[in-house]
Design a protein around this ligand. Structure first.
Ligand code: 13P
Length: 250
C-alpha cells in the first residue's frame, strides 16, 4: 500500500521567518505519518536551519542538487552535502531547471545517481510542454525523460523512486490536468515500469501529480488509482491552502 505524499515546492519564495512559521504551523497538524507523508522543499539556504534537527512528521526535500559529488562549482551543492544535513529527499529534473538552466536528461540521471549514492530519495520530475501535447508527443517525451534515468539505476533503487508528473502547461497557470489526463499518464508510467521490470516493483513506485494542485481539486486527483499525491507549488506557500491539500491526502 503506497502512502499518499503531499509535497510542497516553495521554489524561490518566502523569506526565512515566513518559511519557519509555515513549517511550524504544518507540524502541528499532527497527520499520521504512516499513511500520509508531508514533504517541504524550501529554498536551499533554509535547509540547514529547518532540516538538520528535523524530527517532526514534516520532512524536507532539496529543490535540486549538482550532478557531481564535489568540486569547483560555485553556487551549487551536492547530494553528499544534503545527506550531511540529514535531508532525505531531493527534487531532480524540475521543468524549470530543464528550461531555465538547460539541464539535460543525462545530468538528471547523474543527479539521481548522486541521490541514491547518498541515501536520498529522488523526486524525479517529468512532463511535456503544451506544444508537445498538442503534437501528440506527450507519452514519448515522458518515456524518454524517465527511461534516461531508469536505465542508469538498479531495480531495487526504483522501488524507492518518487516520480512527479508535472505537465509544463499546468505549472503556475491555474490550468490543472483533468482527472482523466492525469490518470492516463500515471497509469501509462506505471505500466511502462511494469513491462520493463515487473508489476510488483511498479506498484511500489510513487507517482505524484504536479501542476496547479489546489485544495479544491486535490481530493479528486489524489483519489485516482495511480496518483499517489501531489507536488505543489503556489498552493504550498499558504498555510490554509496547503493544509487543505494535506487533508485531501489523508
Ligand atoms: P504550481 O502548483 O504552482 O502549478 O507548481 C507546480 C510545481 O511546479 C511543483 O513543483
Amino acid at each position: 500500500m503506497r502512502k499518499t505524499i503531499a509535497a510542497g515546492n516553495w521554489k524561490m519564495n518566502l523569506d526565512f521567518d515566513e518559511g519557519r512559521q509555515l513549517f511550524h504551523a504544518l507540524t502541528k497538524l499532527g497527520h499520521d505519518d504512516k499513511a500520509t507523508e508531508v514533504i517541504l522543499a524550501p529554498p536551499a539556504p533554509y535547509l540547514s536551519l529547518l532540516g538538520y534537527t528535523n524530527t517532526s512528521s514534516v520532512h524536507f526535500a532539496a529543490q535540486n542538487c549538482h550532478h557531481e559529488d564535489a568540486g569547483a562549482y560555485t553556487g551549487e551543492w551536492s547530494a553528499r552535502m544534503l545527506a550531511s544535513l540529514n535531508i532525505k529527499h531531493c527534487i531532480v529534473g524540475h521543468s524549470e531547471r530543464r528550461a531555465q538552466y538547460g539541464e539535460t536528461n543525462k545530468q538528471i540521471a547523474q543527479k539521481t545517481q548522486q541521490c541514491y549514492a547518498h541515501g536520498i530519495r529522488p523526486i524525479l520530475c517529468c512532463g511535456e510542454t503544451l506544444a508537445e501535447r498538442e503534437a501528440g508527443d506527450h507519452f514519448n517525451i515522458v518515456t524518454e525523460q524517465i527511461n534516461a534515468v531508469l536505465k542508469t539505476i538498479e531495480a531495487k533503487q526504483i522501488r524507492t523512486l518518487i516520480i512527479a508528473y508535472e505537465p509544463v502547461w499546468a505549472i503556475g497557470t491555474g490550468v490543472t490536468a483533468s482527472a482523466a489526463q492525469a490518470q492516463e499518464m500515471h497509469s501509462f508510467i506505471r505500466k511502462s515500469i511494469a513491462s520493463s521490470y515487473d508489476r510488483e516493483l511498479a506498484e511500489q513506485v510513487h507517482i505524484l501529480y504536479g501542476g496547479s494542485v489546489k485544495p479544491d481539486n486535490a481530493k479528486e486527483l489524489f483519489s485516482l488509482p495511480d496518483v499517489d499525491g501531489g507536488l505543489v507549488g503556489g498552493a504550498s506557500l499558504d498555510y490554509e491552502s496547503f493544509k487543505g491539500i494535506i487533508e485531501a491526502a489523508i
